[in-house]
Ligand binder design. Sequence first.
Ligand code: ADP
Ligand code: MG
Length: 366
Amino acid sequence: MARITLDHLAHAYKPDPRTADDYALKEINHVWSQGGAYALLGPSGCGKTTLLNIISGLVRPTRGRVLFDDLDVTDLATESRNIAQVFQFPVVYDTMTVRENLAFPLKNRHVPREKTAQRVEEIARLLDLTRVLGRKASNLTADMKQKISLGRGLVRPDVAAILFDEPLTVIDPHLKWQLRSTLKEIHRALDITMIYVTHDQTEALTFADKVVVMHDGAVVQTGTPDELFERPAHTFVGHFIGSPGMNILPCRIEGATAFIGNEAIPLLRSYRTLSAGEKLELGIRPEFARLQPKGSGLPVHVRRIDDIGRARIARVEMAGRPLAASVPDGISIEGSEAALALDPRHVHIYANGHLVAGEALGGNKA
Ligand code: ADP
Ligand code: MG
């Protein structure tokens, strides 16, 4: 078990990288605490697998170091790193039984037979594989084979970390939910660092205590699910997390007032220090932009209202810009003209995509 440190890590698959675009992974500094349940979340192609493979040793980084506790493992082979990795697609030995497959990582490390048998039974029970333990892996469904792969990843209780690379891709949707909770339970029981790669925010937010969000080869934010929701550090996070995601509206700022078109939006902080030429945007989540009858608030044009079960979401236009808003219970809107109330505590200002802290209105910089 270990704390894993990524120190000025960067990777290019090209031999002679020059510009930032040549890097599949831009510079990353990050510490994964011992015992943490992490999700590495981002769209396809953003560098998740590259990062995971650097941690496990399948890929050697172009620059920087990987440390397990204080030991530099950058040049250590995968076998010497004491890491378990579960891939997107099943890796099982077809000619072996399920029991032999699960026992393999332990047998390889000369764990006593009794202990191995006990551990295999335990993992099989957790993954609901007990009744197929005696069967050859070759005749099983993709679902089952992937569960065996998960089992092989989980069977060693002494690993530094377990890395999961989109492990539920081939799993049937109804089983996904169940396996996700199983993994979470196993994490609680084992106190092992787990890094779970996914492009699916629901998977990330339900599994992880801490989510590391990647975009275009870089980590854009690390935080708890609440932090990512409440205070996205980058417009990408605002947009990618939430359904619908955060509204991101081009704006102009004068002191403590934002303007979207001609609509003035009072802010709780002042932004006098923004420099000219920066792309300024206002971010507000639909949950904090509430639709109300016209008269008070920002005038909007209502395009439609969708009932998504837990809430009603209105698609509106403000100063010609589309945005999503929530419709509070008990509010009914007549016709297509209405108004919006933005909760000022949840209005965020972004410059070139990055959250700007601003200054307290009293003049103190915070
Ligand atoms: P993700 O897992 O988030 O989908 P990857 O880490 O697989 O992303 O890929 C990141 C970038 O690196 C992509 O642009 C991909 O095309 C590129 N890439 C991945 N593997 C290789 C490789 N073996 N050789 C060259 N380019 C690669
Ligand atoms: Mg991948």
